[in-house]
Write a protein of this length. Sequence first.
Length: 434
Amino acid sequence: MSNLPLSADLIADANARELFALDEDYDALGRKLERTGIDIDAIKTRVAGFSLAVPSWGAGRGGTRFAKFPIAGEPANVHEKLADCAVINQLSRVTPRVSPHFPWDKVSDYAALREEAASMGLGFDAVNSNTFQDQPGQAHSYNTGSLSSTVEATRQQAVEHNIECIEIGQQLGSTDLTVWVGDGTNFPGQQDFARSLDRYLDAAAQVYAALPGEWRMLLEHKMFEPAFYSTVISDWGSSILAAQQLGPKAKCLVDLGHHAPNVNIEQIVARLHRFGKLGGFHFNDSKYGDDDLDSGSINPHQLFLVFNELVEAELNPRANDEGGFNPSYMIDQSHNVTDPIESMLSSAEAITQCYAKALLVDREALHAAQDSNDTMMAFQALRRAYNVDVAPILAKARMEAGGAIDVLGTYRQSQWRPRKAQERKAVGLGAGIV
Ligand code: PSV
Ligand code: MN
């Protein structure tokens, strides 16, 4: 690991200024937790073992379908994106993997890309296929859908693209393929619901058949957008049915923004886990739809409740959870008005905080209250954990791993973005969610 983007001295100097206050806060929290029988160092060790991936596409400024407003110093290619992701991990020490998207991140030498990432302390997470967009020179358009298209040659092309993603992923060291298709309709009657799902299942089975031994295929459902009347894998029900039909290596991936407003996502987590089908998560937040806002910025309590179920699941692996409970966690947001590095630093912190809070839940008290129908005390078991400010635990774990106590402050001091603004070519204007 010889190519870390930020100077270790910069981080050490910044930490030296914060250390006294952190020690005081950590010790005070340690004493408070001790009174309830919790060992703060044990929680810190669990937090240090937590990690999540960042998406390569999240390193660039996102946009809406109306416009995108690039910033100076924005990464223009996968190499610059990796460097920005390395900054996030060097400061936060919780995002050691990048999830690439193809063909956006195509290069000619994947072994070299893997080495380049490793030299900056990064590995690769799930590979993502893209059959929701046409590429220049592509033989068959996805305007009729992809894996579910009525056009056989288009379905075949989508299958081949997914298989190519697996092959690239093998070179990068990934073991998961995430498949989200934009397939769906805008008009009642446009397609037959049953037959389009049949076509999807047939094509997805061909991709599934190409999975190497230890690989998983993560099916990401989405209720709407770009199709606004119906989508082929619209909800967790369609997703789990498809995953069950495809086989044990097919799992469901839950993107927090891909549900109807107010849906009880934490219950979906518990349901998918019950059947050994919870494979992954895309974290973001939303107010109205798939807004792709920063994780925990709108509804941090929901994020905590999701993690409460994930920790329950961690403690109770299901027999059909092949290889143990090992969901792939990733941030999937669109950073329209912020520096993406800052958003991902802040989001990684919000997500890890919810994990830490979920670890603090007194599960014995919770289960006892549930079993005796003591509703208020069951709720209080969650509330007590949610109300704890776990920031010192995260900061201490980060610092001990070489990261920054104050991630955003240290990032600003590094002048990374202004420096990149001098070095990098400007990215173009345009529109687009990512
Ligand atoms: C779709 O909205 C999605 O959440 C999928 O994960 C895509 O791969 C990603 O966004 C990027 O467009
Ligand atoms: Mn997603």
